[in-house]
Ligand binder design. Structure first.
Ligand SMILES: *Cc1c(COP(=O)(O)O)cnc(C)c1O
Length: 392
């Protein structure tokens, strides 16, 4: 969209300076805005320009700076900032569907996304077809001429399945369907969703954008017509807006996003190499390690495999818990994409409520551990993991 590179955009784009000329972006902690006259208020309500605000649920200067900056990084015309990743996913899906519509989605989804699709959209009469996202033939069979929307996680959490996005986008567009990508794993740094034609790219900015485990947030990125049309209309009236404090931390965090994510991804690749073929593991999954089932498509689509890997400890839950409890640096938590490395046992935490049959389909076994690589010395992380596996 501009002549500058992404790192430059991440530092400078979206800035709005007040009359004081502050160097660092200001945090506008205000709910509402005032007008010089009754006529000015009336005019603002008839039509507000890009930098004219009415109420913080609709928009706020700090939120707008964050929206413009994340849109510049994603390469879209615009973005709408939301209170959380789920507020963003909900906004994108609810704004674009109605009773009678058909939606196709990959099955390997974040739990709350699956709930939103199956339970909430289902309750309002939207028909959902779930497919194995890695199988192009299943997408071909599922998408119909009356399919309204396609939803997927570009790289799934926690199993790190990689979808052939070019295939799915072309197929969806040939049938007149919009494509919404939940892009938490690829991050805005390594995103390829907009480049490959996705109509909306949704972020849980809780993850890499914040990157230090502080603030919930989300963003929906896309064309101005979609963002300032159905998306803004839905989110502003249903209360999904981000608060300016969170938007401000995210705005400032975008300045260092590229450095942080690249360092974490480089470390993740080193961890993947160290853990591949480890005798205590039955599986090590990292998209850009040659052993990954979708390695070729991952290399083709993305410059990096990201900051997260998954391993399967041999010996089931007991062996796996011994590994987790022996870790000294990795923190046991259900979050990911933090400066602190995190180990998660999906089967008993994030995916505990899934029926066993669904866990089996998704590959969420009792031995599966998701490893989120932080900003520590990678040699220390590898030592910690090796010591943990020695304890099994
Ligand atoms: C975390 C996450 C979400 C939800 O984000 P919140 O900010 O926790 O609401 C949605 N999708 C994916 C893929 C996620 O990882």
């Amino acid at each position: 969209m501009t002549k500058w590179g992404k790192r430059t955009e991440a530092v400078h784009s979206g800035v709005r300076r007040s009359q004081f000329g502050e160097l660092s972006e200001a945090m506008f902690m205000t709910q509402a805005f005032s007008y010089d006259s009754a006529e000015a208020a009336e005019a603002r309500f008839i039509e507000s320009g890009h930098d004219e605000f009415i109420y913080a649920r609709y928009g706020n200067p700090t939120n707008r700076m964050f929206e413009d900056r994340i849109a510049a990084l994603e390469g879209t015309e615009d973005a709408f900032a939301c209170a959380s990743g789920m507020a963003a996913v909900n906004g994108a899906l609810m704004a674009l569907t109605q009773a009678g519509d058909h939606v196709v989605s990959s099955r390997a989804l974040f739990g709350s996304c699956l709930y939103l699709l199956e339970d909430i959209l289902g309750r309002f009469g939207v028909e959902i077809t779930l497919v194995d996202g890695t199988d192009n033939a299943e997408w071909n069979d599922a998408i119909r001429p009356d399919t309204k929307l396609v939803f997927l996680e570009a790289i799934s959490n926690p199993t790190l399945e990689v979808i052939d996005l070019d295939h799915v986008v072309k197929l969806a567009h040939a049938n007149g369907a919009l494509v919404v990508v939940d892009n938490a794993m690829p991050t805005p740094v390594f995103s390829y969703a907009t480049k490959l034609g996705a109509d909306l790219v949704v972020y849980s900015t809780t993850k890499h954008v914040d990157g230090q485990g502080r603030m919930l947030g989300g963003a929906i990125c896309g064309s101005r017509d979609l963002i300032r049309g159905p998306i803004e209309t839905y989110v502003k009236h249903t209360g999904g807006a981000i608060n300016p404090f969170a938007a401000w931390t995210h705005l400032k965090a975008l300045e260092t996003l590229d450095l942080r994510v690249r360092a974490q991804a480089d470390a993740a690749m080193k961890v993947a190499e160290a853990l591949a073929d480890h005798p205590k593991l039955s599986r090590m999954s990292y998209p850009q390690h040659p052993s990954h089932p979708q390695h070729a498509i991952s290399m083709q689509q993305s410059p990096s495999g990201g900051t997260v890997l998954a391993v399967e400890v041999k010996g089931g839950k007991e062996a796996c818990f011994r590994f987790l409890n022996a870790l000294e640096i990795f923190i046991i938590s259900n979050n990911f994409a933090d400066a602190k490395s995190i180990a998660t046992h999906p089967a008993t935490t994030t995916h505990q409520r899934l029926p066993q049959e669904q866990k089996d389909i998704l590959g969420i076994s009792d031995g599966l551990v998701r490893l989120s690589i932080g900003l520590e010395d990678v040699e220390d992380l590898i030592t910690d993991l090796m010591n943990g596996l020695d304890a099994v």
